[in-house]
Ligand binder design. Structure first.
Ligand SMILES: NC(=O)c1ccc[n+]([C@@H]2O[C@H](COP(=O)([O-])OP(=O)(O)OC[C@H]3O[C@@H](n4cnc5c(N)ncnc54)[C@H](O)[C@@H]3O)[C@@H](O)[C@H]2O)c1
Length: 308
Protein backbone atom coordinates (compact mmCIF):
# COMPACT_ATOMS: atom_id res chain seq x y z
CA UNK A 1 0.00 0.00 0.00
CA UNK A 2 1.28 3.43 -0.90
CA UNK A 3 1.41 5.99 1.87
CA UNK A 4 -1.28 8.65 2.01
CA UNK A 5 -0.14 12.24 2.30
CA UNK A 6 -2.49 15.18 2.84
CA UNK A 7 -1.29 18.64 1.92
CA UNK A 8 -3.45 21.34 3.49
CA UNK A 9 -3.36 24.55 1.47
CA UNK A 10 -3.23 24.33 -2.32
CA UNK A 11 -1.41 27.63 -2.74
CA UNK A 12 2.17 28.13 -3.83
CA UNK A 13 3.86 25.97 -1.21
CA UNK A 14 1.14 23.29 -1.05
CA UNK A 15 0.72 22.81 -4.80
CA UNK A 16 4.47 22.81 -5.45
CA UNK A 17 4.91 20.30 -2.64
CA UNK A 18 2.25 18.07 -4.22
CA UNK A 19 4.33 18.24 -7.41
CA UNK A 20 7.56 17.14 -5.67
CA UNK A 21 5.74 14.38 -3.74
CA UNK A 22 4.15 12.98 -6.89
CA UNK A 23 7.32 13.25 -8.96
CA UNK A 24 9.26 11.41 -6.26
CA UNK A 25 6.39 8.89 -5.83
CA UNK A 26 6.46 9.38 -2.07
CA UNK A 27 2.75 8.57 -1.73
CA UNK A 28 -0.81 9.25 -2.84
CA UNK A 29 -1.58 12.92 -2.39
CA UNK A 30 -4.74 14.63 -1.12
CA UNK A 31 -4.60 18.37 -1.74
CA UNK A 32 -7.06 20.31 0.42
CA UNK A 33 -7.98 23.99 0.39
CA UNK A 34 -10.94 26.12 1.42
CA UNK A 35 -11.24 27.66 -2.04
CA UNK A 36 -13.55 25.59 -4.20
CA UNK A 37 -12.02 24.37 -7.47
CA UNK A 38 -8.39 25.29 -6.80
CA UNK A 39 -7.26 22.02 -5.19
CA UNK A 40 -9.43 20.01 -7.61
CA UNK A 41 -8.03 21.84 -10.64
CA UNK A 42 -4.39 21.72 -9.54
CA UNK A 43 -4.78 18.09 -8.43
CA UNK A 44 -6.26 17.03 -11.76
CA UNK A 45 -3.61 18.93 -13.72
CA UNK A 46 -0.86 17.23 -11.70
CA UNK A 47 -2.49 13.81 -12.17
CA UNK A 48 -2.44 14.41 -15.91
CA UNK A 49 1.34 15.00 -15.74
CA UNK A 50 1.73 11.40 -14.51
CA UNK A 51 1.77 9.69 -17.93
CA UNK A 52 4.42 12.12 -19.20
CA UNK A 53 6.64 11.95 -16.14
CA UNK A 54 5.85 8.30 -15.41
CA UNK A 55 4.69 8.61 -11.81
CA UNK A 56 2.00 6.25 -10.54
CA UNK A 57 0.37 7.99 -7.62
CA UNK A 58 -3.21 9.01 -6.94
CA UNK A 59 -3.84 12.73 -6.58
CA UNK A 60 -7.10 14.14 -5.32
CA UNK A 61 -8.03 17.77 -4.83
CA UNK A 62 -10.74 18.47 -2.29
CA UNK A 63 -12.44 20.90 0.09
CA UNK A 64 -13.69 18.06 2.27
CA UNK A 65 -11.76 16.83 5.30
CA UNK A 66 -13.30 13.35 5.10
CA UNK A 67 -11.03 12.74 2.06
CA UNK A 68 -8.01 13.09 4.37
CA UNK A 69 -9.12 10.26 6.67
CA UNK A 70 -6.35 7.89 7.69
CA UNK A 71 -3.51 9.95 6.20
CA UNK A 72 -0.04 8.74 7.19
CA UNK A 73 1.35 12.24 7.00
CA UNK A 74 -0.21 15.70 6.87
CA UNK A 75 1.59 18.87 5.83
CA UNK A 76 0.10 22.13 7.04
CA UNK A 77 0.73 24.93 4.55
CA UNK A 78 -2.59 26.78 4.82
CA UNK A 79 -2.48 30.38 5.86
CA UNK A 80 -1.50 33.77 4.62
CA UNK A 81 1.97 34.29 3.19
CA UNK A 82 3.97 37.41 3.99
CA UNK A 83 3.40 40.54 1.98
CA UNK A 84 6.16 43.12 1.33
CA UNK A 85 6.97 45.02 4.49
CA UNK A 86 5.19 42.42 6.64
CA UNK A 87 7.28 40.44 9.13
CA UNK A 88 6.60 36.79 9.81
CA UNK A 89 5.44 37.87 13.22
CA UNK A 90 2.68 40.09 11.77
CA UNK A 91 1.16 36.90 10.52
CA UNK A 92 0.83 35.46 13.99
CA UNK A 93 -2.80 36.02 14.85
CA UNK A 94 -4.21 35.61 11.34
CA UNK A 95 -2.51 32.28 10.87
CA UNK A 96 -3.26 31.07 14.40
CA UNK A 97 -6.95 31.39 13.48
CA UNK A 98 -6.34 29.18 10.45
CA UNK A 99 -4.04 26.63 12.09
CA UNK A 100 -5.98 25.92 15.30
CA UNK A 101 -9.31 24.79 13.77
CA UNK A 102 -7.53 23.00 10.92
CA UNK A 103 -5.32 20.97 13.25
CA UNK A 104 -8.39 19.99 15.29
CA UNK A 105 -9.73 18.42 12.10
CA UNK A 106 -6.39 16.73 11.36
CA UNK A 107 -6.43 15.14 14.83
CA UNK A 108 -9.99 13.95 14.19
CA UNK A 109 -9.47 12.46 10.71
CA UNK A 110 -5.83 11.33 10.84
CA UNK A 111 -5.03 10.69 14.51
CA UNK A 112 -1.97 8.57 13.75
CA UNK A 113 -0.32 10.86 11.20
CA UNK A 114 3.00 12.63 11.20
CA UNK A 115 2.39 16.34 11.08
CA UNK A 116 4.78 18.69 9.31
CA UNK A 117 4.06 22.38 9.84
CA UNK A 118 5.07 25.03 7.30
CA UNK A 119 2.69 27.91 8.05
CA UNK A 120 4.41 31.01 9.48
CA UNK A 121 5.40 32.20 11.99
CA UNK A 122 6.78 28.71 11.89
CA UNK A 123 7.85 27.90 15.43
CA UNK A 124 4.70 29.35 17.01
CA UNK A 125 2.47 27.53 14.50
CA UNK A 126 4.32 24.24 15.16
CA UNK A 127 3.74 24.81 18.88
CA UNK A 128 0.05 25.43 18.15
CA UNK A 129 -0.19 22.23 16.10
CA UNK A 130 1.52 20.23 18.84
CA UNK A 131 -0.69 21.56 21.63
CA UNK A 132 -3.96 21.40 19.67
CA UNK A 133 -3.38 17.92 18.17
CA UNK A 134 -2.24 16.31 21.42
CA UNK A 135 0.13 14.18 19.29
CA UNK A 136 3.39 12.92 20.81
CA UNK A 137 6.30 15.25 20.15
CA UNK A 138 8.09 12.89 17.75
CA UNK A 139 5.16 13.25 15.31
CA UNK A 140 4.99 17.07 15.09
CA UNK A 141 7.83 18.70 13.17
CA UNK A 142 8.32 22.22 11.90
CA UNK A 143 10.02 22.93 8.57
CA UNK A 144 12.40 25.88 8.57
CA UNK A 145 15.99 24.87 9.25
CA UNK A 146 16.35 22.82 6.07
CA UNK A 147 15.23 25.85 4.05
CA UNK A 148 17.44 28.31 5.93
CA UNK A 149 20.39 25.92 5.62
CA UNK A 150 19.64 25.37 1.92
CA UNK A 151 19.73 29.11 1.28
CA UNK A 152 23.01 29.37 3.18
CA UNK A 153 24.46 26.43 1.23
CA UNK A 154 23.25 27.80 -2.11
CA UNK A 155 24.87 31.19 -1.47
CA UNK A 156 28.13 29.54 -0.36
CA UNK A 157 28.23 27.24 -3.40
CA UNK A 158 27.62 30.19 -5.69
CA UNK A 159 30.32 32.31 -4.05
CA UNK A 160 32.90 29.51 -4.12
CA UNK A 161 31.80 28.21 -7.54
CA UNK A 162 31.54 24.63 -6.25
CA UNK A 163 28.78 22.03 -6.23
CA UNK A 164 25.98 22.60 -3.73
CA UNK A 165 26.50 18.95 -2.81
CA UNK A 166 29.91 19.80 -1.37
CA UNK A 167 28.50 22.27 1.14
CA UNK A 168 27.48 21.09 4.60
CA UNK A 169 26.03 23.72 6.87
CA UNK A 170 23.65 24.03 9.74
CA UNK A 171 21.31 26.84 10.73
CA UNK A 172 19.72 26.61 14.17
CA UNK A 173 17.20 28.64 16.13
CA UNK A 174 13.81 30.08 15.34
CA UNK A 175 12.78 30.78 11.75
CA UNK A 176 13.33 34.49 11.41
CA UNK A 177 15.91 37.14 11.84
CA UNK A 178 17.23 35.48 15.01
CA UNK A 179 18.37 32.29 13.28
CA UNK A 180 21.80 30.99 14.31
CA UNK A 181 24.17 29.75 11.59
CA UNK A 182 26.85 27.61 13.24
CA UNK A 183 29.79 28.47 11.02
CA UNK A 184 32.19 26.13 12.85
CA UNK A 185 30.20 23.26 11.38
CA UNK A 186 30.16 24.65 7.85
CA UNK A 187 32.40 22.65 5.56
CA UNK A 188 33.11 22.34 1.85
CA UNK A 189 33.91 18.70 1.05
CA UNK A 190 35.05 18.40 4.66
CA UNK A 191 37.21 21.56 4.55
CA UNK A 192 36.24 24.15 7.18
CA UNK A 193 34.69 27.20 5.51
CA UNK A 194 37.08 29.51 7.38
CA UNK A 195 39.94 28.02 5.30
CA UNK A 196 38.22 28.93 2.03
CA UNK A 197 36.47 32.24 2.58
CA UNK A 198 37.37 35.49 4.37
CA UNK A 199 35.26 36.25 7.44
CA UNK A 200 33.75 39.42 5.94
CA UNK A 201 32.41 37.50 2.95
CA UNK A 202 30.99 34.76 5.19
CA UNK A 203 29.35 37.38 7.42
CA UNK A 204 27.65 38.88 4.37
CA UNK A 205 26.32 35.48 3.34
CA UNK A 206 25.02 34.85 6.85
CA UNK A 207 23.23 38.22 6.85
CA UNK A 208 21.72 37.43 3.44
CA UNK A 209 20.59 34.01 4.71
CA UNK A 210 18.83 35.53 7.73
CA UNK A 211 16.88 37.79 5.37
CA UNK A 212 16.55 35.13 2.66
CA UNK A 213 12.77 34.93 2.91
CA UNK A 214 12.38 38.71 2.76
CA UNK A 215 14.64 38.92 -0.31
CA UNK A 216 12.21 36.70 -2.23
CA UNK A 217 9.12 38.49 -0.88
CA UNK A 218 10.53 41.81 -2.11
CA UNK A 219 11.20 40.38 -5.56
CA UNK A 220 7.87 38.59 -5.97
CA UNK A 221 5.76 41.38 -4.43
CA UNK A 222 2.67 39.16 -4.34
CA UNK A 223 3.79 36.15 -2.36
CA UNK A 224 6.67 34.40 -0.67
CA UNK A 225 9.13 31.63 -1.50
CA UNK A 226 7.74 28.24 -2.43
CA UNK A 227 10.13 26.12 -4.54
CA UNK A 228 12.83 25.72 -1.88
CA UNK A 229 10.35 25.54 1.04
CA UNK A 230 8.37 22.73 -0.59
CA UNK A 231 11.56 20.88 -1.62
CA UNK A 232 12.61 21.01 2.04
CA UNK A 233 9.32 19.42 3.12
CA UNK A 234 9.70 16.70 0.49
CA UNK A 235 13.12 15.87 1.97
CA UNK A 236 11.50 15.46 5.40
CA UNK A 237 8.75 13.20 4.00
CA UNK A 238 11.37 11.08 2.23
CA UNK A 239 13.44 10.80 5.44
CA UNK A 240 10.40 9.59 7.41
CA UNK A 241 8.84 7.21 4.87
CA UNK A 242 12.17 5.69 3.86
CA UNK A 243 13.48 5.57 7.44
CA UNK A 244 16.64 7.36 6.36
CA UNK A 245 17.62 8.46 9.88
CA UNK A 246 18.81 11.67 8.29
CA UNK A 247 20.16 14.46 10.46
CA UNK A 248 18.31 17.60 9.46
CA UNK A 249 17.69 20.94 11.14
CA UNK A 250 13.98 21.05 12.02
CA UNK A 251 11.79 22.79 14.56
CA UNK A 252 11.27 20.32 17.40
CA UNK A 253 9.59 20.51 20.79
CA UNK A 254 12.40 20.86 23.31
CA UNK A 255 12.17 19.64 26.88
CA UNK A 256 15.44 20.72 28.40
CA UNK A 257 17.70 20.22 25.37
CA UNK A 258 19.95 23.24 24.81
CA UNK A 259 18.56 24.58 28.11
CA UNK A 260 15.20 25.29 26.42
CA UNK A 261 11.98 23.93 27.85
CA UNK A 262 8.48 23.59 26.41
CA UNK A 263 9.15 25.34 23.11
CA UNK A 264 9.60 24.59 19.39
CA UNK A 265 13.02 25.74 18.23
CA UNK A 266 15.16 24.72 15.26
CA UNK A 267 17.77 22.11 16.19
CA UNK A 268 19.41 19.16 14.42
CA UNK A 269 17.18 16.09 14.66
CA UNK A 270 17.33 12.55 13.36
CA UNK A 271 14.33 11.94 11.07
CA UNK A 272 13.29 8.34 10.45
CA UNK A 273 10.31 6.02 10.50
CA UNK A 274 9.36 7.19 13.99
CA UNK A 275 9.51 10.86 12.99
CA UNK A 276 11.89 12.75 15.26
CA UNK A 277 13.92 9.84 16.61
CA UNK A 278 16.54 11.92 18.36
CA UNK A 279 17.38 15.53 19.08
CA UNK A 280 21.09 15.99 18.48
CA UNK A 281 22.71 18.23 21.06
CA UNK A 282 25.86 19.78 19.66
CA UNK A 283 28.34 21.72 21.77
CA UNK A 284 27.83 25.43 21.26
CA UNK A 285 30.21 28.25 22.08
CA UNK A 286 28.93 30.74 24.69
CA UNK A 287 28.11 33.19 21.83
CA UNK A 288 26.19 30.56 19.85
CA UNK A 289 24.40 29.42 23.00
CA UNK A 290 23.40 33.03 23.76
CA UNK A 291 22.17 33.53 20.19
CA UNK A 292 20.07 30.36 20.43
CA UNK A 293 18.56 31.50 23.75
CA UNK A 294 17.73 34.87 22.18
CA UNK A 295 16.08 33.09 19.28
CA UNK A 296 14.09 30.90 21.69
CA UNK A 297 13.01 33.99 23.63
CA UNK A 298 11.64 35.47 20.38
CA UNK A 299 9.61 32.29 19.83
CA UNK A 300 8.41 32.36 23.46
CA UNK A 301 7.10 35.90 23.02
CA UNK A 302 4.86 34.79 20.13
CA UNK A 303 3.73 31.63 21.86
CA UNK A 304 2.73 33.67 24.90
CA UNK A 305 0.64 36.05 22.77
CA UNK A 306 -1.46 33.17 21.42
CA UNK A 307 -1.55 31.37 24.77
CA UNK A 308 0.11 28.19 23.53
N1 LIG B 1 8.35 27.54 7.25
C1 LIG B 1 8.86 28.11 6.18
O1 LIG B 1 10.05 28.12 6.01
C2 LIG B 1 7.95 28.70 5.14
C3 LIG B 1 8.39 28.94 3.83
C4 LIG B 1 7.49 29.43 2.88
C5 LIG B 1 6.19 29.71 3.24
N2 LIG B 1 5.78 29.52 4.52
C6 LIG B 1 4.41 29.81 4.95
O2 LIG B 1 3.53 28.84 4.36
C7 LIG B 1 2.23 29.40 4.25
C8 LIG B 1 1.69 29.20 2.84
O3 LIG B 1 2.43 29.93 1.90
P1 LIG B 1 1.99 29.97 0.38
O4 LIG B 1 3.03 30.74 -0.33
O5 LIG B 1 1.65 28.61 -0.09
O6 LIG B 1 0.65 30.85 0.46
P2 LIG B 1 -0.56 30.86 -0.58
O7 LIG B 1 -1.39 32.06 -0.28
O8 LIG B 1 -0.06 30.66 -1.95
O9 LIG B 1 -1.40 29.57 -0.19
C9 LIG B 1 -2.07 29.44 1.03
C10 LIG B 1 -3.31 28.61 0.75
O10 LIG B 1 -3.94 28.33 2.00
C11 LIG B 1 -5.32 28.32 1.76
N3 LIG B 1 -6.05 28.41 3.01
C12 LIG B 1 -6.26 29.50 3.78
N4 LIG B 1 -6.99 29.16 4.85
C13 LIG B 1 -7.26 27.83 4.75
C14 LIG B 1 -7.96 26.91 5.54
N5 LIG B 1 -8.54 27.27 6.67
N6 LIG B 1 -8.00 25.62 5.14
C15 LIG B 1 -7.42 25.23 3.98
N7 LIG B 1 -6.72 26.06 3.19
C16 LIG B 1 -6.65 27.35 3.56
C17 LIG B 1 -5.54 29.48 0.82
O11 LIG B 1 -6.78 29.38 0.16
C18 LIG B 1 -4.35 29.34 -0.11
O12 LIG B 1 -4.66 28.56 -1.26
C19 LIG B 1 2.37 30.86 4.68
O13 LIG B 1 2.02 31.00 6.04
C20 LIG B 1 3.85 31.13 4.51
O14 LIG B 1 4.31 32.19 5.31
C21 LIG B 1 6.64 29.01 5.46
Amino acid sequence: MRKKITVIGAGNVGATLAHWLAAKELGDVVLLDIIEGIPQGKGLDLLEAGPVEGFDVKIKGTNDFTDTAGSDLVVMTAGLPRKPGMSRDDLLKANFNVVKPTIEKVAQYAPECFLIVVTNPLDAMAQTAYKVSGFPKNRVIGMAGILDSARYRAFLAEALNVSVQNIQGLVLGGHGDTMVPVTRYTTVAGIPIADLMPKEQLDKIIARTAKGGGEIVNLLKTGSAFYAPSAAVAEMVDAIFNDRKKILPCAAYLEGEYGINGLFVGVPVKLGARGIEQIIEIKLTPEEHAALQKSAAAVKELVDIIGM
